[in-house]
Design a protein around this ligand. Structure first.
Ligand SMILES: [Zn+2]
Length: 119
């Protein structure tokens, strides 16, 4: 009966993916909010970006999966992990490479022009 269980799990995760995709489609895109330091309170659909001498240094955002964890992104230095952020004319960020939480919810997604694309 193992394959049955596997099959059910596959349907379950497919459904979860689909539901998450639908939810993201109706969500507002993520907008960049320049900040001077790590914000004490983070609102969803925002990427808070601190900078130094015009260069982005850190990014903070609420995990888009709904787990409410804060994601920390570093935009400088040689050490990994390190991301790059580009903000388009409408204020929507693209972050590369993909964002992958190795703990907790283990969310893995691309943030492209303010949109979440799940991996
Ligand atoms: Zn999460």
């Amino acid at each position: 009966m193992r394959w049955v269980q596997k099959h059910i799990e596959a349907i379950g995760s497919g459904w979860k993916r689909w539901r998450r995709g639908m939810r993201d489609r109706w969500r507002p895109p993520i907008a960049v909010v320049p900040s001077t330091e790590r914000p004490a309170h983070l609102r969803p659909h925002r990427l808070y970006v601190t900078s130094q001498q015009g260069q982005p240094t850190f990014g903070f955002m609420v995990c888009p999966c709904g787990c409410r964890a804060t994601l920390h992104l570093r935009f400088f230095g040689a050490r990994s992990p390190r991301w790059s952020v580009v903000t388009d004319a409408t204020g929507h960020p693209s972050v590369t490479p993909s964002i992958w939480r190795k703990t907790g919810c283990e969310s893995h997604f691309y943030l492209t022009r303010g949109r979440i694309n799940w991996c």
